[in-house]
Ligand binder design. Structure first.
Ligand code: PCA
Length: 328
């Protein structure tokens, strides 16, 4: 090779190196842990959000969703994002009651039982939710609800008395308390471990949406689902504030726009799928019924007790959320 070409090659590789260094410094990759299975609409929605950010930022911020608890289990995600082990992640809000009782407001039985009311409760609780997260070093990006919660059980249930001694899978402190008040025996189990828990007889019952029963093929273990419509818990996607502040204004806008779109898409999808899930459970041979008058009354009484207990724990800020919701 002559010297001219040689030095040209040298220049080219210096330029190439320089380019590689610039893009390596500018491009950022965020891993996004998700607790629920890849095919669940929450996870699909989050994956879409991740893709939207990656595309709209021209690859400057790449978000990679990790569903099914594969990066961090459901019980670890909040802490992981708070401590910066993960810059962003999704968590069931009401599972964080030990951090702050305000996180539990959307799991109070019979406070908000439809999608419309759930949206109102979200609006009423959002300022407190954002403040609580801010104090923990986090920022709220979006929420998406689960469909209304119903009672799964191996055997028919006509009243809360039928639940005495039943092994009950709980997903947060509120569902544990509800089980106790029915005389059932709660064990906390993440959705990702559900199939095994029911297959091995660790649990024979739970309160959850048709969505989670469908995801976990619950009909292989459980025959009955009572459409109690007790509450609609929400997942939230939060970002670590230090990671957030590391983004320039342009990237922050890309993330906020994608988050707003994800929130709207997620709420619509939950509404759209709610009845569909029930149809799938029925098609798989499950008995899908409204609760008997007695079971409904028992649940209402339990709900009143839980609301009273919660108000005691959540104090004035809790009461102000309920008041704001009732005034809407
Ligand atoms: N599914 C989640 C939380 C609420 C729901 O409907 C679960 O069972 O873990």
């Amino acid at each position: 090779m002559n010297t001219f070409l040689k030095s040209l090659g040298g220049i080219a590789s210096v330029v190439a190196l320089g380019l590689a260094a610039t893009s390596a410094a500018a491009a950022e990759k965020w891993d996004m842990p998700l607790a629920y299975s890849a095919s669940n609409y929450h996870s699909e929605n989050a994956a879409q959000f991740a893709e939207d950010v990656t595309k709209a930022s021209g690859g400057e911020l790449e978000i990679v969703a990790h569903p099914g608890g594969s990066l961090f289990g459901g019980g670890e995600i909040y802490r992981a994002v708070r401590t910066g082990q993960a810059p962003i992640g999704e968590r069931l809000i009401s599972a964080l009651g030990n951090e702050n009782p305000l996180f539990e407001v959307d799991a109070l039985p019979f406070l908000a039982t439809s999608f419309d009311d759930s949206w109102k409760l979200y609006k009423a609780s959002k300022p407190q939710l954002e403040k609580t997260l801010d104090e923990a070093g986090l920022m709220l990006l979006y929420t998406v609800p689960w469909p209304p919660q119903g009672l799964y059980n191996k055997n028919p249930v006509n009243s809360a008395a039928d639940m005495k001694g039943v092994k009950f899978r709980a997903y947060n402190a509120a569902t544990s308390r509800l089980a106790e008040l029915m005389g059932a025996v709660p064990t906390k189990i993440e959705a990702a471990e559900l199939t095994q828990a029911f297959a091995t007889g660790v649990a024979d019952s739970m309160i959850s949406s048709g969505s989670t029963g469908y995801d976990r093929k619950i009909w292989e273990h459980v025959k009955y689902w009572y459409d109690v419509q007790a509450w609609l818990p929400k997942n939230m996607v939060v970002v670590n504030k230090a990671a957030w502040e590391g983004l320039d204004a342009k990237l922050q806008k890309v993330v906020l726009d994608a988050a707003a779109a994800a929130e709207e898409r997620g709420w619509n999808k939950a509404r759209e799928l709610s009845d569909w899930y029930k149809e799938q459970l029925a098609a798989e041979g499950m008995v899908i019924e409204a609760p008997s008058a007695k079971l409904k009354a028992d649940f209402e009484q339990i709900g009143a007790t839980m609301t009273e207990e919660w108000l005691e724990r959540a104090g004035d800020s809790g009461k102000s959320v309920i008041d704001a919701y009732k005034a809407m």
